[in-house]
Design a protein around this ligand. Structure first.
Ligand code: NAP
Length: 242
């Protein structure tokens, strides 16, 4: 019998993260439902369990170093390794004005979750991912973080100018490449997933895609075989330019 994979998804209590957990769970993966709020996390894990998925709620606030290291300790105690980390937790931030009116704090607020949180969670989980036969890290990025699309006036994504959120996803893309470079020559692959424009709380449900559709590329990258890419930025339709 094949050994079940163990996957941690941050921000898995709702939206795309919940769907990533559901789809990974449906493929036989044990899912650790990362949530910053215990009640919301348990509710999500219970709802996954009701669908026949092995789901365990794990408190993890990506901005809180103690919860991050406690989560790593708990995963080590229970399983001794981690096969998949999906860095999904993200916020848009409250600032929506033009870049000239943004403060450093407006950016810092978003970066704490979308960028620094990813570094802190990834570094805490890497020792466990190194114990996997095929560790996979998936960073939930966005087309709106693509420099190439932002610089192309013909791109629909160029219309948006949310400096904090968009640059945080650009930074996340940079992190993806940085970790992929370090981990080249190991079994661990690190990629950026672009879900498309998905109707969730983060965008007040202004999106054509469903969370289930948005989750597909992350799930694919989470389950890549040894021939798959590392250091790539992908959507369901293929490569997204950096
Ligand atoms: P969502 O429904 O608002 O979900 C965001 C998730 O992140 C929630 O579970 C939220 O938890 C969690 N979260 C926020 N801050 C956290 C923290 N400090 N620690 C742990 N968890 C935290 O939005 P979504 O659309 O599913 O977003 C998921 C990811 O996809 C984000 O990284 C987002 O940037 C990315 N994305 C979304 C779209 C889109 O169109 N929706 C497009 C491209 C990329 P709470 O419930 O506790 O707030």
């Amino acid at each position: 019998m094949p050994v079940e994979k163990i996957a941690l998804i941050t921000g898995a209590n709702k939206g795309i993260g919940y769907e990533v957990a559901r789809q990974l769970g449906a493929r036989g993966t044990i899912v650790l439902v990362g949530a910053r709020d215990d009640v919301r996390g348990k509710h999500a894990a219970d709802s996954l369990a009701a669908r026949g998925i092995t789901a365990v709620s794990l408190r993890i606030d990506v901005r809180d170093a103690t919860t991050v290291s406690d989560a790593a300790t708990e995963i080590e105690r229970r399983y001794g390794r981690l096969d998949v980390l999906v860095n999904n937790a993200g916020i848009a931030g409250g600032f929506t004005g033009p870049p000239s009116e943004a403060t450093a704090d407006d950016l810092r607020e978003v970066y704490e979750t979308n960028v620094f949180g990813v570094v802190s969670v990834t570094n805490a989980m890497l020792p466990l991912l190194r114990r996997s036969e095929a560790g996979r890290v998936v960073n939930m990025s966005s087309h709106v973080g693509s420099l190439a699309l932002n610089a192309d006036p013909a791109s629909p994504f160029a219309r948006l100018n949310m400096i904090a959120y968009q640059s945080s996803k650009t930074a996340l893309n940079a992190l993806t490449i940085a970790y992929a470079k370090e981990l080249r020559g190991t079994p661990i692959k690190v990629n950026a997933a672009n879900p498309g424009v998905v109707a969730t709380d983060i965008n007040h449900h202004q999106g054509q895609r469903t969370p289930a559709e948005g989750a597909v590329i992350a799930v694919r990258l989470a389950l890549l075989d040894a021939t798959g890419p590392s250091g790539a930025c992908l959507s369901e339709d293929g490569i997204v330019p950096w």
